[in-house]
Design a protein around this ligand. Structure first.
Ligand code: ZN
Length: 409
C-alpha cells in the first residue's frame, strides 16, 4: 500500500469514527436536554415559592464566583502578566463577605476565594493541614476541604485546586494567570509568569484534534495559520473547533503560495480568498494576522498584505524531523518570555510532541496565549505589512513594560 493509500484509508476510518461519535453525542444531548427541562420546571416552582432573597446573595459574591472551575471553552482571557506577581485578589475583594473566624487559622482574608467542599479525603484527617496522596490538603472547622481558590492561612497565601490539594509549583489560578507555589504550598509572589505563543501552520488536519484536546486540558491557547483549499474547506469541523475553543485563526494563504515569488494580484487574491473562506465557515470571523508560507516576504508582500506578518523566533523544524522528542527539546532549550514557536499541525509527530510540550511549558511557568494576546500583553501594536518575530517584554515599545522586565529605558 502506498503512503497516499495509507493516509486515505486512515482518513476514511477517522471519518467513520467521527460519524459514530456524532450520533452518540446527539443521543446524549437529547437526554441532557430532557433532564435540563425537568430540572428547570422543578426549580422554577421552587424559586417562585421562595421569592427573591437578594441580601443573602450579594454579601457572598466572592465565595460564590470562586466556586466555578477555570473555564476551558469560553473566550480567551486577556493576559495580565504585569499583575501576575501582585495581589491575586485584584479589585474583586468584597469585605462584607468575610465570615466570622472559627479557628485560629481560618481568619478569612478579604481576597479568599476558596470554597469548602468534600472529596474522598474529607472523612479522613484532622482539622487543619493533612498529607494526602497527591500533596497537602486542609480540613476546615466544619469538616470540609478548601478547594477551587485562594485561602490565607497562618499568614501565607495558598491556592487550592479543584481536587482539594494545595498547588505546588506553577499553577493557573482562577483568573487564568500562572502563580508559583513552594513545596509547602505557600505562594511565592516574587516569581512572575511568562507568556508564549504556540503557532501551528498548514492545517487544519486529522492531527488537529489531538492538539486541541491537549490545549484544552491546560487552558492553553494557540494560533492556527490555516491554509484554505484542501485544508480549511476539508477539515471544517477541526477549524470550527479551533474557533469555538478560543484559538486564534490566522491566514496562511488560500493555496500555500510563496508570496515573495508572486505578483501583487496573486498576493491579494491568496489572502482575500482565504479570508473569505474562513469567514464563510466561521460565520463571519475575519483573521487579522498572516504568516507568509515559508516565511517568504519582500517589499511587494509588505505593501499588498493588509495584515501584520507573523514570523517566529523558535523554529522546531518539525516538518523536517517528524520527531516529537526533538520538537520538545528544541522548544525547551530555546523558548523565552515572549517567544513565538513555529510548528505544523499537519504531522502526527507534531501532535504527539504537543502532548508533552504543553504540560512542560506549563510547569516552566508559561501561560500559552494567542499571538494577538501576546502582542497586546507586552505592549506591541500590530501594524499591517510589518514583520514580527517575537514579542519579548524587555524589548516592548511600552517603556513601562520594558522597565518592569529589565529592558533598557
Ligand atoms: Zn506553511
Amino acid at each position: 500500500m502506498t503512503r497516499e493509500e495509507l493516509f486515505a484509508k486512515r482518513e476514511q476510518k477517522l471519518k467513520e469514527q467521527k460519524r459514530r461519535r456524532l450520533i452518540m453525542i446527539g443521543g446524549v444531548i437529547a437526554a441532557l436536554l430532557l433532564v435540563f427541562l425537568i430540572v428547570k420546571i422543578a426549580t422554577g416552582r421552587v424559586s417562585k415559592k421562595n421569592g427573591p432573597d437578594s441580601s443573602v446573595q450579594t454579601t457572598n459574591e466572592v465565595g460564590a464566583s470562586a466556586g466555578t472551575t477555570v473555564s476551558r471553552t469560553t473566550e480567551s482571557q486577556t493576559p495580565a502578566p504585569t499583575q501576575a506577581a501582585t495581589d491575586p485578589a485584584g479589585q474583586t475583594a468584597d469585605v462584607t463577605a468575610a465570615p466570622a473566624a472559627q479557628t485560629v487559622d481560618e481568619t478569612a482574608s478579604a481576597d479568599d476565594t476558596a470554597v469548602q467542599g468534600m472529596t474522598e479525603y474529607t472523612e479522613q484527617g484532622a482539622a487543619g493541614w493533612n498529607d494526602g496522596e497527591a500533596g497537602r490538603w486542609y480540613k476546615t472547622a466544619s469538616g470540609q476541604q478548601y478547594m477551587n481558590g485562594w485561602k490565607m492561612l497562618g499568614g501565607s497565601r495558598y491556592f487550592f485546586k479543584a481536587d482539594g490539594y494545595a498547588a505546588v509549583g506553577w499553577e493557573m489560578a482562577d483568573d487564568g494567570n500562572m502563580y508559583y507555589f513552594n513545596e509547602d504550598g505557600t505562594w511565592d509572589s516574587t516569581k512572575k509568569q511568562k507568556l508564549v505563543a504556540l503557532t501551528y501552520d498548514d492545517g487544519p488536519s486529522w492531527n488537529t484534534d489531538l492538539i486541541l484536546d491537549t490545549l484544552a486540558q491546560y487552558n492553553a491557547k494557540a494560533t492556527f495559520f490555516v491554509v484554505g483549499v484542501n485544508q480549511a474547506d476539508f477539515y471544517t469541523s477541526e477549524l470550527l473547533r479551533e474557533y469555538n475553543e478560543g484559538m486564534e485563526i490566522a491566514n496562511h494563504t488560500y493555496e500555500h503560495v510563496v508570496l515573495s515569488h508572486s505578483d501583487a494580484d496573486t498576493i491579494v487574491h491568496q489572502v482575500s480568498a482565504n479570508d473569505e473562506l474562513i469567514m464563510s465557515l466561521t460565520g463571519g470571523y475575519q483573521p487579522t494576522l498572516l504568516r507568509a508560507p515559508g516565511g517568504g516576504t519582500n517589499d511587494v508582500v509588505h505593501q499588498y498584505v493588509n495584515k501584520p506578518l507573523i514570523q517566529w523566533d523558535v523554529d522546531t523544524l518539525d516538518w523536517q524531523t517528524r520527531d516529537a522528542a526533538n520538537t520538545l527539546a528544541v522548544i525547551t532549550e530555546n523558548v523565552r518570555d515572549g517567544s513565538v514557536i513555529l510548528m505544523h499541525d499537519l504531522y502526527q509527530a507534531t501532535a504527539e510532541a504537543t502532548v508533552d510540550v504543553v504540560p512542560t511549558l506549563y510547569s516552566m511557568g508559561y501561560k500559552m496565549v494567542t499571538v494577538s494576546e501576546l502582542a497586546e500583553a507586552y505592549g506591541y501594536t500590530l501594524e499591517n505589512g510589518v514583520e514580527y518575530y517575537s514579542f519579548y517584554p524587555e524589548e516592548s515599545p511600552d517603556p513601562a513594560i520594558r522597565a518592569a522586565y529589565g529592558g533598557e529605558g
